[in-house]
Design a protein around this ligand. Sequence first.
Ligand code: THU
Length: 180
Amino acid sequence: IINLFPNFVTLIVETNPLTYMRDLTITAIIKVYQYDELNEADRALVTTAKEATARSYVPYSHFSVGAAALLGDGTVVSGTNQENAAYPSGTCAERTTLFYANARYPKSAVLMLAIAAQSGDGFTEIPAAPCGACRQVILETETRFDTPMRILLYGRKCVYAVDSIKDLLPLYFGKSDLEK
Ligand code: THU
């Protein structure tokens, strides 16, 4: 092999660990709380998200997700996942909530978003994290109002908190990429 394809073999052997310049390390800080450690404002929004799960429409997955958003003017709105027989036509709780908030209160930033989810066994032990599409929509809302959104993910065992969606969406694509 070496005699037939000397360059090819050399290329693989010699450059394999060196085929890129460097690692780009993106760090995210996700704070992990016990529910009791949350401050009053956080706890109130988590409670609203938990209560919202009862209003989900989930005949297919039976996975009830609730979200609650605190707006800049103090308004709280909540939403749930809304499923559809044509599965992709359904929407997650986070997007239902943010699209409603932005449609109803287009001038209010979203300061905080709490999310809770229930499977058949009640609230999930470990927090359910927003899906990729919802992360992208959360990013758009942050960008739109130039305001980072604190995000609380509720689980029975612990609550995850981040101060911006950027901690959950490394190397994101956003509005500024279109301006490059
Ligand atoms: N779901 C949400 O509402 N939010 C998420 O972040 C993850 C998934 C919903 C979509 C669907 O109705 C069900 O959970 C199962 O995927």
